[in-house]
Design a binder for this molecule. Sequence first.
Ligand SMILES: [Zn+2]
Ligand SMILES: [Zn+2]
Length: 322
Amino acid sequence: MSACRSGPRRHTCTDRPRTTLAPAGPVRATHPSYVWSRPLSARRIDLHTHSTASDGTTEPGELVLQARLAGLDVVALTDHDTTSGWAPAAASRPEGLALVRGAEISCSRGGISLHLLAYLFDAEEPDLAARLAALVDSRVHRAERMVALLAADGAGVTWERVRQLAGGTVGRPHVAQALIEQGHVSTVSEAFTPEWIGTHGRYWVGKLELDVVEAVGLVVRAGGAAVFAHPAARRRGRTVTDDVITEMAAAGLAGLEVDHVDHDAQARADLRALAADLDLVTTGSSDYHGTNKTVQLAANLTPESSYEAIVERATGVPVLGP
Ligand SMILES: [Zn+2]
Ligand SMILES: [Zn+2]
């Protein structure tokens, strides 16, 4: 039997007979494991993950190792409003994994909170760097104020403990973890309800957000490529109209995140049609948060052609690795 040439995937090559379930096409003639393998050219690409640098539970250095174990060829690290995970992720990047350095920027339009994925931008570009620093600052302060409100009501949650739980940048999930510890709720999502720290909830405090169209311009001027994250995730609250997405496209948006755990089949179909109309690429990603959410790495994947278009547009920093 010839050696498996599909690279270090999760499957193990064994000598399968060629008579079962053989697909038509060129793969059959060239690859002995065609029965359960995908074509050699299709890389597995996940362009949206969070580490402990923001509100994930996996260290950035560990996340890149897990990404490879999950069978990914390309992973993007996109922590909320920060690039502080870039260096540790790059230092631990395993051979064979391409690392796309990115961020997920807190934005809004008309009172609706929105997220913008930014890839391969220059983190030292002064305008964008200053805005990201202000967003992180605001994130910490709002968490501090939420803890103060909870403490005033006798919830037994302290700022010191929340900071310990965070390790890196403090966010709402860390306040939620402190509420779990105190026995007020049993899950993070239970804490994210109007009763507690859910949006506009009893102990919720708002945070700074950039206008979403302005943010697209900032990312583009810093040499990055911008993709609108989960544009139709209605369970997170209201979403924006197609008009806003059209405005974003005019400002230089590269794509729409279509395949996301928060999008149902109808939302995906609508977004694909809108992307085609506006000449935007479509991506798919896990939005992995470690144990803070149930979704796993590689839960959704980005087509190779979309990934290539994003890389081609970006001039800020290169992809690290193959
Ligand atoms: Zn998001
Ligand atoms: Zn995210």
